[in-house]
Write a protein that binds this ligand. Structure first.
Ligand code: NAD
Ligand code: DAU
Length: 358
């Protein structure tokens, strides 16, 4: 039985990945999920699997060397899948320091503890051990022209404190691979959407606001482009890279699904109108009139677009969920999980929203 140490498994992508892995492997694997449960971490995301015999949750901060070393000492970890990070660009603009702390220092701790646990006296590593570092397309900077894409060879050019901290963490992983031949891979993925995404990110924020008849804030001219990927496709790609990818390689993961922010918002409004029944009181609230242009994000990257050619050619992964279908599934999930949304938007979220948008 393979044992996985997943960091940040109570967050959006991490919890989707854990669900995916149990659906795929059932009792053939064990997962240890280590998460500090920051504002973005939510154990409700994992309610349906928390009683499994082959699942363990450990509340710990990845910058806490003793806590992470203890997990490696007490368990024979075969795979690390490292999601834990501060992940929101707007928060990084307001408070960069915690991004350096978690994303850079936390990654250094994870690498050091895995290296200490897996290294043999001759400097090689125990057979079959692998570390996968989950990163972002934002490390490559911003594209200006149609037809340009981010490749694995595109030079790093991060702009926000978030992307600079993720780029630094990627560089640390590369340094471990180059210096020690540490058995790792890096994946750089485009924007994810789907169930369990915290509503400070564009898609769940727009769904939640629209259903309440609240303004739909669009930064700048609304024409910034992101390349959206359904989160389950990302989970599948991570597993495929870890099992079939060449060690020491980076793989870009993307949806080939570029859309302007304003198009996304219009699609969400249209889909909500289609899905709400005539007698649902929320139907009258959902309207394009809610679209409100607000001040632009500082240093706002114009366009991201991933070329997932290498992962397709080497591993056979490609995005499976068309945006039209993925957004319907996502909206349906939010309809069916109103309590989840209520719980995550009570308390601190209200303060965040007031400070950010008013
Ligand atoms: P998220 O913010 O939803 O979740 C992050 C998780 O990490 C939370 O559960 C949080 O509690 C935990 N965490 C934060 N600081 C921690 C610490 N110091 N110690 C332990 N746990 C801590 O993020 P997400 O959107 O799920 O992103 C996961 C990873 O994927 C990140 O590394 C992010 O950079 C990367 N990524 C995200 C996207 C996207 O579109 N969301 C795209 C590409 C890559
Ligand atoms: O590209 C991958 C990245 O995608 C990940 O590395 C990040 O962790 C993830 O948060 C995401 O970053 P973005 O900044 O692209 O995502 P966000 O949902 O915050 O914003 C998407 C776009 O929508 C961006 O151009 C800003 C815009 N936006 C966002 C919000 C929250 C708005 O116009 N209005 C809003 O209220």
């Amino acid at each position: 039985m393979r044992t996985y140490l997943v960091t940040g498994g109570a967050g959006f992508i991490g919890s989707n990945y854990i669900h995916y892995m149990f659906r795929k492997y059932g009792d053939e694997i064990k997962i240890i999920n280590v998460d500090a449960l920051t504002y973005a971490g939510n154990l409700e995301n994992l309610k349906d699997i928390e009683d499994r015999d082959n699942y363990v949750f450990v509340k710990a901060d990845i910058t806490d060397k003793a806590a992470i070393a203890a997990i490696f000492a007490e368990n024979d970890i075969d795979r690390v899948v490292h999601f834990a990070a501060e992940s929101h660009v707007d928060r990084s603009i307001k408070n960069p320091e915690v991004f350096v702390q978690t994303n850079v220092l936390g990654t250094a701790v994870m690498l050091n503890c895995a290296k200490a646990a897996w290294e043999l006296p001759d400097g090689s590593f125990k057979e079959g051990k692998k570390f996968l570092h989950v990163s972002t397309d934002e490390v490559y900077g911003s594209l200006e022209n149609e037809g340009e894409y981010f490749y694995e060879t595109t030079p790093y050019d991060p702009h926000s404190p978030y992307s600079a901290s993720k780029a630094s963490s990627d560089m640390l992983v590369k340094a471990y691979m180059d210096t020690y031949k540490f058995p790792a891979n890096i994946t750089n993925c485009s924007n994810n959407y789907g169930p369990y995404q915290f509503p400070e990110k564009l898609i769940p924020l727009i769904i939640n606001n629209a259903l309440q008849g609240r303004n739909l804030p669009v930064y700048g001219d609304g024409k910034n482009v992101r390349d959206w990927l359904y989160v389950e496709d990302h989970a599948k790609a991570i597993d495929m890279v870890q099992e079939q990818g060449r060690l020491f390689e980076t793989y870009n993961i993307g949806g080939h699904n570029e859309k302007q922010n304003i198009e996304i918002i219009e699609i969400i409004i249209e889909t909500l109108q289609e899905q709400l029944s005539e007698d649902d009181p929320r139907k009258a609230l959902v309207s394009k009139d809610l679209i409100t242009y607000v001040a632009d994000r500082k240093g706002h990257d114009r366009r991201y677009a991933i070329a997932p050619d290498k992962i397709k050619a080497e591993i056979g992964w490609e995005p499976e969920t068309m945006f039209k279908e993925g957004i319907k599934k996502t909206i349906k999930w939010y309809f069916e999980h109103e309590d989840w949304m209520k719980n995550v938007t009570s308390g601190d979220y209200q303060n965040y929203y007031a400070e950010m948008y008013q």
